[in-house]
Design a protein around this ligand. Structure first.
Ligand code: CP
Ligand code: NVA
Length: 310
């Protein structure tokens, strides 16, 4: 078997990148965003191809990667499980060998993290996690860039996570370790953080709170996500009952820091995990957050393919 190039940089979970690499990506994001808004063409990836593999639904991730690759001068190909051999049992290792010989970078949205790890182990090109059951690293890149844009460095700040200890929560917890901030987590009983699943180094950067109001108290950012993630739909009815007291509402925002931001990765369910007057209110930066997926992922692809530019 041919050996796979070992110097390939993947982004499979947030802690694959160091604080120094992340800060470079945030700095590049700012520049790439500003140039794009000024209609200055920037095509460093002309002739390069991104393959996007989706085993779950998406609006933002697909749009931001596809538009982003085109804006960098390259092209993007969309594959899904329904109409490719991926849905007919071709081993992920074989798919990785073939797809990575025909493309320059791959983004995958799938179920277990193990699938993307196996793909990456057999890939000749960088692989990016576009969401797995365990992690959503591109989302937290965008969220932290959005925080920095609005409030400056996140180091030392407190993020309140209210709701399910899901893929987005796990990624916030990893980010807190890498970038040295704190997360106050409040989940209903039975849905607590699983540190091993989150792949954390320790317990120093997060605290767990039985009462969501206490988690939100004094926080610089309050954030949440759907109560039922993709792949867990069978638990929906039970979760609606279990999470009923974990809605981010205006009373909760009142106990957070005065200038606290509200974020949600979207799609959102108003009246479930967040009250309409919060997501549509003055603290909310959800539209900037969604837009920044585009800009940070352009900087991420630039970094994974070209290294430090600028
Ligand atoms: N936030 C996010 O990843 O959205 P999509 O599911 O629409 O891609
Ligand atoms: N936690 C959600 C995020 C969707 C972008 C899910 O996995 O469905």
């Amino acid at each position: 078997m041919a050996t796979i190039e070992s110097a390939i940089k993947h982004f499979l979970q947030f802690n694959d990148l160091s604080a120094e690499q992340l800060n470079h990506i945030f700095a590049r994001t700012k520049i790439i965003k500003r140039q794009f808004k000024a209609y200055q063409p920037y095509w460093p990836l002309s002739d390069r191809t991104l393959v996007m593999i989706f085993e779950k639904a998406s609006t933002r991730t697909r749009l931001s990667f596809e538009a982003g690759m085109q804006q960098l001068g390259g092209s993007a190909i969309y594959l899904n499980t329904r109409d490719s051999q991926l849905g007919r049992g071709e081993p992920v290792e074989d798919a990785a060998q073939v797809i990575s010989r025909m493309s320059d970078i791959v983004m995958i949205r799938t179920f277990e993290q193990d699938i993307i790890e196996r793909f990456a182990a057999n890939s000749r090109v960088p692989v990016i996690n576009g969401l797995t059951n365990e992690y959503h690293p591109c989302q937290i890149l965008a969220d932290i860039f959005t925080f920095i844009e609005h409030r400056g460095p996140i180091k030392g700040k407190t993020v309140a996570w209210i709701g399910d200890s899901n893929n987005v929560c796990n990624t916030w917890l990893q980010a807190a370790e890498v970038l040295d901030f704190n997360v106050h987590v409040s989940t209903p009983p039975g849905y607590e953080v699983e540190p091993e699943r989150a792949n954390l180094y320790g317990h120093a950067h997060y605290g767990e709170f039985a009462d969501p109001m206490e988690a939100a108290r004094g926080a610089h950012l309050v954030t949440t996500d759907v109560w039922t993630s993709m792949g867990f739909e069978a638990e929906n009815e039970e979760r609606l009952r279990d999470f009923a007291d974990w809605q981010v509402d205006s009373d909760m925002m009142k106990v957070a820091a005065k200038d606290a931001l509200f974020m949600h990765c979207l799609p959102a369910h108003r009246g479930e995990e967040v009250a309409a007057d919060v997501i549509d209110g003055a603290h909310s930066v959800v539209w900037d957050e969604a837009e920044n997926r585009l800009h940070v992922q352009k900087a991420l692809m630039e970094y994974l393919l070209l290294g430090k530019v600028g």
